[in-house]
Ligand binder design. Structure first.
Ligand code: ZN
Length: 251
């Protein structure tokens, strides 16, 4: 069976010990976990965890609700000089759950996209209720390679992004909930070499799983859901999305 990559999890926010999460993941053929930071503190934790477990891939970035301090950007640039982070993220815009004023969110999103280009690293983008402004900003960074994480918009938006930047799309357990026809249409039309899978652990537990907290071991059920939506072989879907992740994150 092909291995899987969970391209977006927050191990530092999970209740269970990392050792157990890693072992469960490996037992379910999940060979890599991208451990996504939301601020400087969690970036340091992600890095420390990646040094303890080879299969953990560290990232660094300031989440929309964590922006506002220039000193954090300085710390980020400094850490990137000495440490082997694999992506800038998660960064982006959140117009639903975030109190930070839009102009500040925009400024820090842009600054971090510049850092992605300067370092040659891909960006992990968080977009909640901000399709138009995410697009407007990405248009200024045509050289960026990015993944729109937990993609939940429609195909028209995905298609526009595909012609704007080198865009990838990753899907969470959200696609297993009802009333997601638009997202399912996007899943069936986005080119297969731009699709990745993620759990967003400890959040967004897939519908069929009845435990309290999500974990990387469950990413296979999301891959299978995508394969079924695309009416394709589950094994081929796993192989291709894992290859995409390996290339994207340069694992
Ligand atoms: Zn996340």
């Amino acid at each position: 069976m092909s291995f899987l990559v969970d391209t977006h999890a927050h191990l530092m926010m999970c209740k269970r010990p990392v050792k157990e999460l890693v072992q469960n993941a490996l037992d379910h053929h999940v060979n890599h976990i991208v451990n996504v930071a939301v601020n400087i503190e969690t970036a340091k934790q992600s890095l420390a965890q990646s040094k303890e477990y080879d299969m953990i891939v560290p990232t660094i970035g300031l989440y929309p609700s964590e922006v506002g301090r220039d000193s954090d950007v300085t710390s980020m640039v400094d850490l990137l000089k000495s440490e082997n982070f694999k992506a800038i993220g998660e960064i982006g815009l959140d117009y639903v759950r975030c109190e930070v004023p839009k102009p500040i969110q925009h400024a820090f999103f842009e600054r971090q996209l510049e850092i992605a280009i300067e370092t040659g690293l891909p960006a992990i983008i968080h977009n909640r209720g901000a399709d138009e402004d995410v697009l407007m900003i990405l248009k200024r960074f045509p050289k960026v390679t990015c993944v729109v994480h937990c993609f939940s918009s429609n195909y028209a938006f995905a298609d526009t992004l595909l012609s704007t930047v080198k865009a990838y799309f990753s899907f969470t357990g959200m696609i297993t909930y009802s009333g997601k026809e638009d997202v399912h249409e996007a899943i069936s039309k986005i080119p297969l070499d731009r699709i990745m899978v993620e759990t967003d652990s400890p959040y967004l537990l897939p519908k069929s799983i009845s435990v309290q907290e999500n974990q990387p071991a469950f990413v296979g059920s999301i891959a299978d859901t995508i394969a079924d939506i695309r009416s394709m072989d589950r094994e081929s879907l796993r192989t291709q999305t894992s290859q995409n992740a390996i290339q994207f994150f340069n694992i």
